[in-house]
Design a protein around this ligand. Structure first.
Ligand SMILES: [Zn+2]
Length: 100
């Protein structure tokens, strides 16, 4: 369960509005302070995007090459991606946003 790093109230990330397209921080509805996910989580998310891009590439190859040559690999890549996202969502930590 995620909690605000400032006031420790319960946080549901998907319910919080984005602060803007280029900003990754969120604002706590209870105390109004800003926070973001920690650096390790952001690095994991970057790896997950890489796996998602490989899955997408395999899907495109499956479409254009026809046949079922890479069907199993594609399915495995999507299962791997789903597992990584499920595992990664349990490893999210929130840290206070440093004011610059
Ligand atoms: Zn708070």
């Amino acid at each position: 369960m995620l909690s605000c790093p400032h006031c420790h109230c319960h946080i549901i990330l998907r319910d919080l509005p984005h602060q803007g397209f280029w900003r990754s921080d969120r604002r706590c509805p209870n105390c109004g302070e800003h926070f973001r996910v920690d650096a390790k989580t952001r690095h994991l998310q970057a790896w997950f995007i890489g796996v998602a891009l490989v899955s997408l590439l395999l899907t495109v190859l499956l479409y254009f090459r026809g046949g079922t040559d890479c069907l199993l690999v594609t399915l495995i890549s999507y299962l791997l991606l789903a597992g990584l996202i499920g595992w990664g969502n349990r490893k999210v930590y929130l840290v206070p946003l440093k004011k610059e």
